[in-house]
Design a protein around this ligand. Structure first.
Ligand SMILES: CC(C)(COP(=O)(O)OP(=O)(O)OC[C@H]1O[C@@H](n2cnc3c(N)ncnc32)[C@H](O)[C@@H]1OP(=O)(O)O)[C@@H](O)C(=O)NCCC(=O)NCCS
Length: 189
């Protein structure tokens, strides 16, 4: 049995997920982004997407009653961003021709490198495959890129997004085909 079994997030978890995202970004992203970039991104690009929770595709792990990791997958077009980010794309993807989204992975700094993100990714990919998807795509932080590249995701083009307060952050679109023989590059946004 998993040491920290995943459970589906509920809307009651939103405050704790939001707090976890702040701790994770401030604790684990400082070698890739400045403090000003992180604070600006936390208002928009990084945040809890309650649509994922309502869709039943967002997971959390706990230790001693506290959230230590959260992450999920998306069956809708939105590629990244919390509730506060404008430009949501809530249209459903078509598993026959679209890639599922991997969304909003955040691990508590005290629990980094304990395999929590790997466990969440395995769960997300299994569910996406069970729902007919043939590939997954995501918008990786520079921090996340090191993780996803170890787990079969490809992509190296750097894209820059405005996150407010005059700040931008760099992301890397990444993709993994569940059929490794038909790997193609991440689609442009
Ligand atoms: C990216 C993140 C989710 C990874 O979570 P994690 O639980 O620490 O990852 P895991 O322990 O499951 O790592 C699995 C493997 O990925 C690789 N990996 C993970 N983090 C890595 C890092 N910082 N540098 C290099 N390789 C890394 C390693 O191969 C690792 O296996 P190992 O520890 O046995 O060597 C976490 O660092 C995080 O929350 N970062 C801040 C928020 C963020 O940027 N999220 C990504 C959004 S796209």
């Amino acid at each position: 049995m998993e040491a920290h079994p995943l459970r589906l997030a509920t809307l009651a978890d939103v405050p704790a997920i939001t707090a976890l995202i702040g701790l994770s970004a401030r604790g684990l992203c400082l070698s890739d982004y400045t403090a000003a970039q992180i604070e600006a991104a936390l208002g928009t690009a990084w945040g809890c997407d309650s649509e994922l929770i309502r869709d039943g595709t967002y997971f959390v792990a706990e230790a001693n009653g506290d959230l230590i990791a959260s992450g999920g997958w998306g069956r809708r077009k939105t590629m990244f961003g919390g509730d506060a980010r404008p430009g949501r794309q809530s249209e459903f993807l078509d598993p026959a021709c679209d890639a599922a989204r991997i969304r909003a992975f955040f691990v508590h700094p005290d629990w980094a490198r304990h395999g929590l993100a790997r466990a969440m990714l395995n769960r997300c990919e299994s569910e996406a495959m069970a729902n007919g998807f043939k590939a997954a795509e995501l918008m990786a932080t520079l921090t996340g890129q090191r993780f996803y590249s170890k787990l079969g995701y490809h992509g190296s083009e750097i894209v820059e997004y405005s996150v407010g307060n005059g700040e931008t952050i760099r992301f890397i679109p990444m993709r993994r085909s569940f059929d490794s023989t038909s790997e193609i590059s991440a689609s442009p946004q």
